[in-house]
Design a protein around this ligand. Structure first.
Ligand SMILES: N[C@@H](CCC(=O)N[C@@H](CS)C(=O)NCC(=O)O)C(=O)O
Length: 286
């Protein structure tokens, strides 16, 4: 008995650590098992995304893009707001499952749904228009996004816009995301530019979008196309979630882009007010 007591005394730190690791592992495994047990309705797209946003239905352009597309495609879907902890197989935030099949990345999700449910939002457009729309979607998702991310997480905090208040995240979370975005944008390349250069290329993308849209209602004309979901998902972050920072000022230089955001919102999000937290003053009811 004494030898057990002595052992516990001399190895108290190691025993404590083992207990903490053991309990944590137990909780993680239990949560995973619980998650794995969730059964979703058949033939329904289950959209795993983050919780609702303050003034737009998501703070993530890709979650907003995918839900907008789901609405455009008029397919049966449900949202599960769990993707902060339940990430896609690629480690990112928005993903779907359908009859047990899991798909990561908003663009691959759209392609999967198009193929499985036989959807083609672009069937009435020419090959040339479809090619132009794809180029625009890539510019928005793979370039404009990084300038928006830098503005929101790196420059806004330094210009006095406090993401803790505007986005309702803790100091620690904001700090971690700030570091992550600096690392990711450096690897991608945009983060190697000066702040002024980042603003310059952001402006160029917005100007190109504005010129391309011109007087049309949607990217390719009177009817919204698939790529409108990506453009709206991103521009909505600047227009509704810009909080007076550079991103909001940049988009407001282009009235046709602002009107476009309002038009997409009106056409596809009649329940917008139920899907936002009104600056964290209310729970979103949808
Ligand atoms: N190409 C991806 C991009 C998704 C993406 O970058 N999502 C961001 C949030 S807006 C994310 O998951 N960031 C977390 C991380 O990179 O760890 C898609 O289209 O779904």
């Amino acid at each position: 008995m004494d030898s057990i007591r002595n052992f516990a005394k001399t190895h108290s730190k190691e025993l404590g650590l083992t207990a903490v690791v053991g309990i944590s592992l137990f909780i993680v495994i239990k949560r995973r098992k619980k998650r794995a047990k969730r059964v979703y309705p058949p033939n329904t797209i289950v959209h795993h995304q983050i919780g609702r946003g303050a003034y737009a239905p998501s703070l993530s352009p890709f979650c907003l893009k995918l839900e907008t597309y789901l609405r455009m495609a008029k397919v049966p879907f449900m949202n599960v707001h769990d993707s902060i902890s339940n990430r896609s197989s690629k480690g990112k935030l928005t993903w779907i499952e359908y009859n047990g099949e899991k798909v990561a990345d908003s663009e691959f999700c759209i392609q999967f749904i198009n193929q499985k449910i036989n959807i083609d939002l672009d069937k009435d457009f020419s090959e040339e228009d479809r090619a132009a729309a794809l180029a625009i979607q890539r510019m928005v998702d793979e370039h404009l996004f990084w300038t928006v991310a830098l503005q929101r997480w790196v420059y806004d905090p330094s210009s006095g816009i406090d993401p803790r208040k505007t986005l309702n995240f803790s100091w620690f979370t904001c700090h971690m995301i700030n570091k992550l975005i600096q690392k990711q944008t450096y690897a991608q390349g945009v983060g190697r530019h000066t702040k002024e250069e980042v603003h310059h290329v952001m402006d160029e993308d917005l100007k190109a979008l504005s010129k391309f849209l011109g007087k049309k209602n949607f990217l390719l004309g009177e009817k919204a196309c698939q790529a409108d979901s990506a453009v709206f998902g991103m521009l909505a972050q600047m227009y509704y979630h810009g909080f007076g920072g550079y991103g909001e000022k940049a988009i407001k230089k282009y009235p046709n882009l602002c009107e476009y955001c309002d038009r997409m919102k009106e056409a596809l999000w009649p329940d917008w007010d139920d899907c936002i937290t009104h600056g964290w003053t209310k729970e979103a009811t949808k």
